[in-house]
Design a protein around this ligand. Structure first.
Ligand SMILES: Nc1nc2c(c(=O)[nH]1)N[C@H]1C(S)=C(S)[C@@H](COP(=O)(O)O)O[C@H]1N2
Ligand SMILES: [Mo]
Length: 245
């Protein structure tokens, strides 16, 4: 069967399941094809599974829209407060020369990159929309290294299923599946609108996940962990784990 007709078959099964026998059939099919998100339990679980599974089938590798320069927002809103502790201030005073992005977990070459080392890697820029779940949004140009490139450098294991990414702000971390992690628009970002990424927007380093809502774009990025299970990471999401838009 062609890939397309296989997708169509699974998706029509999912849709039929949603209507006919509650969500049980949809859940069974989703499980069979590896389309269960990690927050599938609980009252919103079946809905989350349906959203994630159908989006993965139809928009698995699709590109999010990129905008022309003229549409870059003039006054982008920086949400929340940057870290104010002394440790962050010391990094800031040193112009973030000592900032590191470490990558570990299921990788054959665990690594640690300074900002300059990241700037020496192949970079891309993209003008995309960041939408907060609270309703506001802005368009900006983001510059950085595709996360896929960093994962390949570190030798991410083929059995890996997720990448957990952590902020300097300890209570801020999220995770994405491998499809999102290797997606060409998922970016380890150090630049915004042609300058260094401002602290208000997560400088010096942020993971941009432009196909999902703003809360998945974690600011003050320090650590990546490649894993096949989220079991040991606690609750890694405040809202839906999958925030596709
Ligand atoms: N470390 C960290 N990352 C974060 C947040 C935060 O408070 N701390 N807020 C999130 C939310 S809810 C949104 S909508 C976006 C806001 O991005 P902005 O500050 O560039 O507008 O960042 C996300 N990443
Ligand atoms: Mo948000």
């Amino acid at each position: 069967m062609s890939n397309f007709s296989r997708r169509k078959l699974i998706a029509s099964g999912l849709a039929a399941g949603a209507g006919a026998s509650g969500l049980a059939l949809a859940a069974r099919l989703a499980d069979k094809y590896g389309l269960i998100p990690p927050d599938a339990g609980g009252i919103y679980g079946p809905g989350e599974t349906l959203t994630y599974a159908t989006q993965r089938l139809f928009t698995g590798n699709s590109l999010v829209r990129e905008f022309p320069r003229g549409e870059i927002s003039k006054n982008p809103f920086a949400n929340g407060r940057p870290p104010r502790d002394d440790a962050f201030k010391r990094f800031q005073d040193g112009n973030f020369a000592d900032w590191r992005l470490t990558i570990g977990g299921m990788v054959s070459r665990p690594a640690s990159f300074s900002l300059n080392q990241l700037r020496d890697l192949p970079s891309i820029s993209q003008i995309t929309h960041l939408a907060c779940e609270e309703g506001w949004s802005f368009i900006a140009e983001w510059t950085g290294v595709p996360l896929a490139h960093v994962l390949k450098l570190a030798g991410a294991a083929p059995q890996a299923r997720y990448v957990v990414y952590q902020s300097f702000q300890r209570n801020w971390f999220h995770s994405i599946d491998i499809a999102e992690a290797f997606h060409p628009q998922t970016l380890v970002t150090y630049g915004m609108n042609g300058a260094d990424l401002p602290i208000g927007h997560g400088g010096p380093l942020r993971l941009r996940v432009p196909r999902q809502l703003g809360y998945k774009s974690v600011k003050y990025l320090t650590r990546l962990t490649v894993t096949d299970s989220l079991a040991n990471f606690g609750k890694v999401y405040r809202y839906a784990w999958y925030a596709g838009i």
